[in-house]
Design a protein around this ligand. Sequence first.
Ligand code: TYD
Length: 214
Amino acid sequence: MSAKSGKFIVIEGMDGSGKSTIIQMLKDELITQNKIDDFVFTREPGSAFSKEAEKIRNLILDNENEFSHMVDALLFAASRRLNLEKGIWPALQSGKNVISDRYWTSSLVYQGILGGVGFNEVKSINEIATNNTKPDLIIFFDLEPEMSVERITKIRGEADRLETDDVEYYHRLRAAYKEVIKNNPGQFKVINANCSIIELFKKVLKILKEIEVL
Ligand code: TYD
């Protein structure tokens, strides 16, 4: 891969931490600032640039399907690869910044640690699947597990295959994120999402300014 000129920013977070809302606010802000053309937004699993990746997304989230955690890890990696080939790599190469709602940290956490596939195994799968394409920065929206459950039960209707309202699960999820972050602290900015959405948005804007994306 040739040298990249755009920046690759990933947003990860506890369920209910406000990821989707903040990303929408960021899009609106960039439109207002007339900078939207310098950015490409993506979310995982799936890809706005690949109908095949969207098919993999549907396969993954469909309640009727049963996959082992290893198969999940491979499907997420396949979806990620399609998104890189069709969306992320071309955008970065043309000098655009990419903002992705989730990336391989999610696989390390959900499949590697929580699913028991193994951190190193999922890391290897993803290094191969992505040609080791590391984000420039991963912003993690941290939230107390109790808050996660409170917020998602308010917001969501029916759960998809990967969702639950078990608070214990969110304790394990948060611990898994913390473990991954501890492994590579330089790659992450952790922000406390237990605040108003406006406050959270300000924190995100500050970080993006610091790394000269805004
Ligand atoms: P989605 O409906 O896109 O919602 P959100 O990102 O707002 O939670 O669901 C994606 C689900 O997939 C989510 O439960 C996390 C999970 N996931 C993994 O298990 N591994 C991964 O590699 C990725 C990208 C997501």
